[in-house]
Structures are given as structure tokens and as C-alpha cells.
Design a protein around this ligand. Structure first.
Ligand code: KG4
Ligand code: ZN
Length: 329
């Protein structure tokens, strides 16, 4: 089965073709980062308009890169939520219209299921069941995955998502938008012994997270020490986040008795986190699985893949379309 995937939940227009026999045939990503940079964050209306401008030309291009005609497509997967409503509607309208015109099934994919399954696009994918840490700009979750569609949430953030905390702290340090990668880069130059930020909720049992306090801690430290301390603040912030995520992942593995951990979503690109999780994995005798770096952040390939699995299982989204700004996994 060949599935065309469309991702438009936020500020990336992602399109891809996944073939259940041959794997990923093509994928293209257009980032709107430059469009939103001046505003310090994603402007929903600008995001929707840009998806409208880019989506059809990108779909033509991805089909041509895959060496396919649109009639060769067996199904269409689009992100149905969670995300920005106007942005989601662009992908849903185009995806469903194309499916209707071609007489093929369409399926709305949960954006976080896309992230969750993205390491399955890599060589040596994890077997089911596994634990997953999903860390993006909008979500922070620990999940047990028994099979596709069978997810049990072990814990999630009670306030800011971890990517959101990175972006807000980066904004405070005047690192631009999106700030996560810039903050991670600055942290490399920081002195790890100058400041110590708290590790939120580690003193309590359970697998929930809370990251909004760290941004306040960063604000107060910046206020007391000035911008000359920016790299040391970035380092203290990142160390606190990485420690917290690592401890909770260890707990999740111990609690579930599983020895496979998937880490996905934009923040899974963070190298300091990967290093610390690697050491934890060795101690716990657990294998850790990531998407390739390009698929840590939003992309069409993960939507094409997740949609293909659901369509192969006989599911489809019935006609008429709705998208969801919020949608539990
Ligand atoms: O998964 P994603 O592309 O979009 C959402 O579904 O939200 O994740 C984007 C988030 C942003 O908050 C971005 O700052 C963060 O991932 N991010 C990083 C890194 N690369 C992306 N955070 C920390 N370190 C990175 N290297
Ligand atoms: Zn995402």
C-alpha cells in the first residue's frame, strides 16, 4: 500500500510517500521558521496562509520525487490534530478532497502517534511492547505502547511541555524562535557548576512532569546575574531538564518492566539528553530508539507511516471532515 502523508499541524508543511513494501519513497519539508521569527513565535493566521500557498506544489513535487502519478496512491493520511485549527484544516481539506477525487480512503492521524511511531521508519525498529517518551513543543508524555493504537499514558506534563520550556527560556535569553536548538548550542559553552536549577517533581512518586517553574528560575537568575551569565543559565536549565527526563524514563522502565524505550518529538534531537539516556540505558540494560534527526521534529513521513499502518488495519476516517485542536492520544 502506498500512502501520501500530509502534516500541517503547526509551522512546517511536510509531505511524504510511504510504501508498505518498499519503505519511504520520498519526503519533503518546508519550514515556516523565517516567517514567524520576527514575531517570536508561531502566528496561526500566517501559518495557515503559508500552508495554503505551499501544500499543492509540494504534493506535486513529492509525487514526482517518488516517481509516481497521483493515481498510484492507495490512501491519504493527514494530521487531524492536535494543533492549530486553521493550519490543520488546510491539510485536512486538501487530503480529503484529493482522496475523494481519486476514490481512495483517507485517514486523520494523531500528530503524537506520528511522532511515537517515527522510530519504526529506521533500520532495526523496536518490537512491541515498548515505553515511549514523547517530547515536543506541545506535549511531554511517557507512554506504554503495546501495539499500534494501544497506548497507556504513564505520565505527562502538568503545565508547560518540555519544548515549550526550552523555547520560553530561549526567548528570555534573546536567542530567537524556535529557541530550543539555539539554547542547546549555547549550553555547550556554559559552566555546569555555576548555577543549580531544581529538578521538578523528582521528590514525588509518579511519572508526571512540571517544567514551568524552570523558566521562572531562569528569569530570576538572569535578573540577578545579567546577560553575561546566559550560557551558564542555558547550561543549568538544560541539565535540570535532562536529569528530570532521565530519572522519569528510568522509573518508567522499572515500573513497566520493559527494556525498550522510544524517544521522539522535537526535543529528542537534543544531544545532551541522548548522552544521558545512553548511560541510563546501559545501567538499566535497556535499548533506546530514536527517529533520524530530520524526523525528530515535525515531518510528513511520520504521518504517512502511521496512516499506512492504520489503513492496512482497515481503518479510515469517514467522509466529512473535522480537525481537533486538542485530542487525547
Ligand atoms: O515535534 P516538534 O517539531 O513540534 C511539535 O509537535 O511541537 O517539536 C518542536 C520543539 C520546539 O519546542 C523546539 O524548540 C524543540 O522541539 N527542539 C529542541 C531541539 N530541537 C528542537 N529542544 C531542545 N534541543 C534541541 N536540539
Ligand atoms: Zn510535533
Amino acid at each position: 500500500m502506498r500512502v501520501l502523508g500530509i502534516e500541517t499541524s503547526c509551522d512546517e508543511t511536510g509531505v511524504a510517500v510511504f510504501d508498505s513494501k518498499r519503505g519511504l519513497l520520498a519526503d519533503i519539508l518546508h519550514s515556516q521558521a523565517d516567517l514567524h521569527a520576527d514575531y517570536g513565535g508561531v502566528v496561526p493566521e500566517l501559518a495557515s496562509r503559508d500552508h495554503i500557498r505551499k501544500l499543492l506544489p509540494l504534493l506535486r513535487e513529492v509525487l514526482s520525487q517518488a516517481g509516481l502519478n497521483k493515481k498510484d496512491i492507495d490512501g491519504i493520511a493527514y494530521t487531524g490534530g492536535p494543533g492549530l485549527i486553521g493550519a490543520l484544516l488546510v491539510g485536512a481539506a486538501v487530503g480529503r478532497s484529493l482522496a475523494w477525487a481519486l476514490g481512495k480512503p483517507a485517514i486523520a492521524v494523531h500528530h503524537m502517534e506520528g511522532h511515537l511511531l517515527s522510530p519504526l521508519l529506521e533500520p532495526n525498529p523496536p518490537d512491541f511492547p515498548f515505553c515511549a517518551l514523547l517530547i515536543s513543543g506541545g506535549h511531554t508524555m511517557l507512554v506504554t505502547v503495546n501495539r499500534i493504537g494501544a497506548y497507556q499514558i504513564l505520565g505527562e506534563s502538568l503545565d508547560d511541555a518540555v519544548g515549550e520550556a526550552f523555547d520560553k527560556t530561549a526567548k528570555l535569553l534573546q536567542l530567537g524562535y524556535p529557541g530550543g536548538p539555539a539554547l542547546a548550542k549555547l549550553a555547550e559553552q556554559g559552566n555546569p557548576d555555576r548555577f543549580y536549577f531544581p529538578r521538578p517533581m523528582l521528590d514525588r512518586p509518579g511519572l508526571n512532569f512540571s517544567f514551568s517553574g524552570l523558566k521562572t528560575y531562569a528569569f530570576n537568575t538572569l535578573h540577578e546575574n545579567g546577560f553575561a551569565a546566559a550560557a551558564d543559565i542555558a547550561r543549568a536549565f538544560q541539565d535540570a531538564v535532562v536529569d528530570t527526563l532521565t530519572v522519569k524514563c528510568r522509573r518508567a522502565l522499572q515500573q513497566t518492566g520493559l527494556n525498550r524505550l522510544v524517544v521522539a518529538g522535537g526535543v529528542s534531537a537534543n544531544q545532551a539528553l541522548r548522552q544521558q539516556l545512553k548511560a541510563m540505558g546501559i545501567q538499566e540494560d535497556a535499548q533506546i530508539y530514536y527517529p533520524r534527526l530530520a524526523f525528530c521534529t515535525d515531518n510528513g513521513a511520520m504521518i504517512a507511516f502511521a496512516g499506512c499502518q492504520r489503513l492496512l488495519a482497515g481503518e479510515q476516517t469517514s467522509s466529512g471532515f473535522s480537525v481537533r485542536a486538542r485530542w487525547p492520544l
